[in-house]
Design a protein around this ligand. Structure first.
Ligand code: HEC
Length: 447
């Protein structure tokens, strides 16, 4: 990945935060879209083969309608399914280039598989339309036997092509998304994963326990999207036969209900799986909102089920979409937490680069407070644990001995069990002295 590494530019702490937000927004686009393509493709294939086996036109029509709804059109596929992935790879390269390249590798492979998968699925969609065309002229009245045979040949071969494209598309998309989930999961675990081989990683509990809910969410959201686009979007699809309408409604409600009912279990599993340094009150907060939204969703589904109507199609669509958003926010917050040391190192890199550029331009006033705010406060607070221990707890043992503290800051050693080692903040002696004096003075306020 040397090529990608060349794209890396030094980042200030503000840029890093901004990148985390952009990556969240990108996931807001990518995850819901790819979810309905995945879920819709599975359903469409299922009803197509069921419909052909039982010669049931209702199933065949459903299969065709679903794949048309979920794939929207080619440009949207390229924008939401492919451009988003490229962007998130570029962001991950910036955020992890020297620490966690393996995560970027997985995302790059995910991109390759997802792209091939999407091309095949769009082929499935358009070739399905063809084979339906041949189906509809099946009864074409002619006495010419050769025309009849030719038509029949076209019909079977286009059907085969369409099935093949759909099935291979599904396989590629599934593998691509599995790699995607692995890549995102790897970003949580900085060092201990780099020497593991791909199968160990793909089949590790951390990855599997995130991939399964990903698929279940995809099904739930597909169900909700079906309800939404048949019964709400632009006033719902007009002139649907009653039996078809009832079938679509029942299928949509069942899919969403059965799949969203198991999701809370996986959300809880996910929390227990995260590394300790990833969990914060923010993570809990967003996951709790996600759970509450799901419960609200059950309520709407139940009412629609009881009244045999589709009145809450919009509500259920929004509820599942918002649940996806909150889980993404929780996840990205957790990732930010787990990577605080990495963020610090990147920011430090930036300071060095900037110092090189501005060298000699301005007279330097060293402020201990600024150093504390810009560097130390990423990991320290005076009165509570952040990444490092609270100053209130560690500073008293220095008994106001500035020089002793300067020694530690210039060359941190491991002093506190239960904490990771402190990375060297790379200060000059006079800067270390300024910040040492400042924190020794400040900490008295907390006595
Ligand atoms: C990337 C996170 C990080 C940054 C940035 C950081 N520290 Fe630390 N610091 C830690 C961790 C983790 C520990 C606990 C290490 C240990 O003692 O085992 C620690 C420990 C300390 C201690 C306790 C030492 C002792 O003897 O118990 C002091 C004092 C301290 N840091 C001061 C600073 C100052 C001053 C800065 C800013 C110049 C700073 N730290 C920046 C993570 C950080």
């Amino acid at each position: 990945m040397n090529l990608l590494d060349k794209l890396v530019i030094p980042l200030s702490p503000e840029h890093i935060t901004l990148l985390h937000y952009i990556s969240m927004l990108i996931f807001f686009l990518f995850v819901p879209f790819i979810s309905i393509v995945l879920g819709g493709n599975i359903l469409s294939l299922y009803y197509k083969s069921k419909g052909l086996k039982e010669s049931n036109n209702l199933y065949l029509r459903f299969s065709r309608d679903i794949i048309e709804i979920v794939t929207i059109n080619k440009s949207i596929g390229i924008m939401l399914g492919i451009m988003t992935l490229v962007t998130s790879i570029l962001i991950y390269v910036q955020l992890f280039h020297d620490a966690n390249l393996i995560s970027v590798n997985y995302l790059t492979w995910a991109f390759v598989f997802v792209t091939i998968g999407l091309i095949l699925i769009y082929t499935f969609r358009y070739s399905s339309a063809f084979s339906d065309l041949f189906n509809s002229i099946q009864d074409y009245k002619t006495d010419d036997q050769s025309i009849k045979e030719e038509l029949e040949n076209y019909r079977t071969s286009s059907r085969k092509l369409s099935f093949k494209a759909g099935r291979f598309g599904l396989a590629f998309l599934l593998i691509g998304l599995w790699l995607f989930v692995a890549g995102v999961t790897l970003a949580f675990f900085t060092k201990d994963w780099s020497d593991k081989n791909i199968l160990t990683i793909l089949f590790s509990w951390s990855v599997i326990s995130r991939f399964i809910p990903f698929i279940i969410t995809a099904i739930a959201f597909t169900g909700a999207t079906i309800l939404f686009s048949f019964f709400y979007w632009e006033g719902g699809i007009k002139n649907l036969p009653e039996d078809y309408k009832a079938f679509v409604r029942k299928t949509g409600i069942n899919l969403t209900a059965f799949s969203s009912i198991v999701l809370p279990i996986f959300i809880l599993i996910d929390i227990t799986n995260l590394p300790d340094n990833a969990i914060s009150s923010g993570v809990f907060f967003f996951l709790t909102i996600g759970l509450l939204l799901l419960f609200l969703g059950y309520h709407y589904l139940y009412v629609m089920y009881k009244n045999s109507d589709a009145k809450y199609s919009l509500h259920i669509f929004l509820v599942i979409l918002l649940t996806i958003f909150t889980v993404i926010i929780a996840d990205q917050t957790a990732m930010g937490n787990a990577n605080q040391t990495q963020t610090f190192l990147l920011a430090q890199n930036f300071e060095t680069e900037m110092a090189k550029l501005t060298e000699g331009n301005k007279p330097k006033v060293i402020s201990g407070e600024d150093i504390y705010k810009n560097i130390c406060s990423a990991c320290h607070s005076f009165d509570h644990k952040v990444v490092g221990p609270p100053y209130k707890q560690t500073l008293p043992k220095y008994h106001d001995d500035v020089d002793k503290l300067v020694k530690f800051i210039l060359n941190p050693t491991q002093n506190n069990p239960g904490y990771p080692p402190m990375p060297n903040p790379g200060l000059k002696p006079d800067e270390a002295k300024a910040v040492a004096t400042y924190i020794l003075k400040e900490v008295r306020k907390y006595e």
